[in-house]
Design a protein around this ligand. Structure first.
Ligand code: GLY
Length: 568
């Protein structure tokens, strides 16, 4: 599997020519998707999409291309693309069968539910920004597992484009150079972080080349030794040395025993469409199917897109599903989660029974508050020539995770432990949550909102959808699906359309800037809603299949100009 040494020169040449010729992801910024006859990759970075597309063009399947894209994103989209974090992959095979790979980070063996208390007081610093905030990374194990179960192509060929991108570098866009300098040159960043993401302590300008040679060496070890190139040997030694230096918790044993899990996806049915998504430890699939089940009894199209009655009904279903999320969802290896019951039509009927057509249902004082969850993370979608579809969302949690680059290894460490609850009984009105299911315990996976999803109908692939955005992810993905199913939008229009968000608490509807008229906001307020307009919500890089021609229609989200849909 890891034997061939002949192809790297050719692959490097192809990659270098491609990088020189194609300047931007601008193609995807209209209301028309990018069309391709065979395969398609859409991601946050057009450079990474091309790495995946080239794997498809060279005969790899959608899983191979997804892994290549994921490793490339770890180089070209460092705020969320990663090898030091974790995530989820949902796969639909050409025969309609589905599966999911869970490579969510795990709590180190030394973790415990009260670990975020310092002298009896909750410490947000420890929970979100310290070396204790780092979960045992899962990405490399997840990609290795997906490849060994369902990949077709030589592993080295798949990882190699990322090695070249790290070693030879890539040209920085306006957006990325700006975000790197804001991140790396903030006071207090570790020396290895400043060294990796600035030019000797000076900000990179757009048009300059970012080379990451330590990361290149780590990726080479992964290319040659697969999983062991990360969880054992030099990479593991460097990671554990950083933990020991700074009093972190991850040990060689934590790395050695980390395993990705294959899981059964959550499947729901909405107006005849099959919606396949990620089960716990993500809350995404369960919450989205619960909302769709509640919404099915309303004629949403007749309300009109983003009108007051439409936004009202969405918000009412969102607040109810998010309450379930806080009460019931966590790592199923530790907590009994009744996925079947929560996603049943009967449960939705009960939950949505008291939705009124013209009055908001306030989120009451006895309700369960939500803790902080970062809007960072990244999603990408892949479809190959045989119709295999792969939907991947993975993350470092915060933008650039903890901000700590492992010295000598060149990758950023996640702060995913922040997705565990604050501590037993710590629920309070400032937004801490202390319910038991999602407390930090040795080896437990923290609850996530990531919602990599696939839609099918009558046995045929319809779309691949997902997004970053913390808890807004679930609502973003659902709205892209509603835009296609209820409003007949093409996939680019569905991705571009303005989105809304409600998450139970705070009891407030968020609407993207220019997402609703002043009159719509006034009508919503008259129903008893609090409304906040502004900002953006997610970047939902998606693919749809043209039902007439079978073409792959790629929709990069224009909210990130560096994103790109690349097909062949
Ligand atoms: N850390 C973001 C998520 O897992 O949903």
């Amino acid at each position: 599997m890891r034997s061939s040494r002949l192809w790297p020169v050719a692959a490097a040449l192809i990659l270098a020519v491609t990088l020189a010729l194609v300047p931007s992801g601008v193609l995807a910024q209209s209301s028309d998707p990018v069309r391709a006859g065979t395969g398609m990759v859409v991601s946050e970075s057009w450079i990474a999409s091309e790495a995946g597309r080239d794997v498809l063009a060279a005969g790899g399947n959608a899983v191979d291309a997804a892994i290549a894209t994921g490793f490339a994103l770890a180089v070209t989209h460092p705020s969320a693309g990663n090898i030091g974090g974790g995530g989820f992959m949902v796969i639909r095979f050409p025969n309609g069968q589905t599966t999911a790979i869970d490579f969510r980070e795990k709590a180190p063996l030394a973790s415990h539910p009260e670990m975020w208390l310092e002298n009896g007081e909750y410490s947000a610093e420890r929970h979100h920004r310290s070396h204790w905030a780092v979960g045992v990374p899962g990405t490399v194990a997840g990609f290795d597992k997906a490849h060994s179960l369902y990949g077709d192509m030589n592993w080295e060929r798949i990882v190699y484009p990322a090695v070249v991108l790290a070693d030879d570098g890539f040209v920085l866009s306006d957006r990325l150079s700006g975000s790197l300098s804001r991140f790396a040159l903030t006071d207090g960043r570790p020396a290895a972080t400043v060294a990796q993401f600035s030019n000797g302590g000076t900000a990179y300008a757009a048009g300059e080349t970012l080379r990451q040679t330590d990361l290149g060496r780590t990726l080479k070890r992964i290319m040659l030794d697969g999983r062991d190139g990360f969880y054992r040997g030099e990479t593991a030694r460097l990671l554990v040395a950083e933990m020991e230096r700074a009093g972190g918790l991850i040990t060689a044993a934590d790395l050695e025993i980390y395993e990705a899990r294959e899981r059964v996806p959550v499947t729901g049915y909405y107006r005849g469409y099959e919606v396949i998504s990620m089960p716990p430890p993500s809350s995404g699939g369960v919450a989205m199917v619960t909302m769709l089940n509640m919404l099915e009894r309303f004629d949403l199209a007749s309300f009109g897109h983003n009108t007051a009655p439409y936004i009202h009904h969405l918000s009412e279903s969102m607040r109810r599903a998010f309450r379930d999320r806080a009460q019931f969802l966590a790592d199923p290896d530790f907590v009994d989660v009744s996925v079947h019951a929560l996603t049943s039509k009967e449960h939705a009927a009960e939950l949505g029974n008291d939705i009124q057509s013209d009055r908001a249902t306030p989120s009451g004082v006895s309700d369960i508050p939500m803790g902080y969850e970062s809007p960072e993370t990244t999603h990408y979608s892949v479809v190959d020539g045989n119709g295999m579809a792969v939907s991947v969302t993975y993350t470092l949690e915060g933008g650039f995770g903890t901000g700590i680059v492992v010295p000598g290894a060149g990758f950023l460490l996640n702060n995913e432990m922040g997705d565990f609850n604050a501590g037993p009984g710590l629920t309070n009105d400032r937004g801490l949550i202390g319910t038991s299911p999602n407390l930090a315990r040795p080896q437990q996976r923290m609850l996530s909102s990531m919602t990599p999803s696939i839609v099918a109908r009558d046995g045929r692939l319809v779309a691949v959808v997902g997004s970053p955005g913390g808890r807004t992810i679930i609502n973003t993905v659902m709205q892209v699906i509603l835009n296609v199913v209820d409003f007949g939008m093409n996939i680019q229009e569905a991705v571009n359309a303005k989105r809304i968000h409600h998450q139970w608490l705070p009891d407030r509807i968020g609407i993207e800037a220019d997402g609703a008229s002043a009159e719509t906001v006034r009508l919503l307020e008259a129903m008893g809603h609090t409304v906040q307009v502004g900002g953006g919500q997610g970047t939902a890089h998606s693919i749809m299949i043209d039902p007439r021609t079978g073409e792959r229609l790629g929709a990069a989200d224009p909210r990130n100009p560096d994103a790109g849909a690349r097909g062949h």
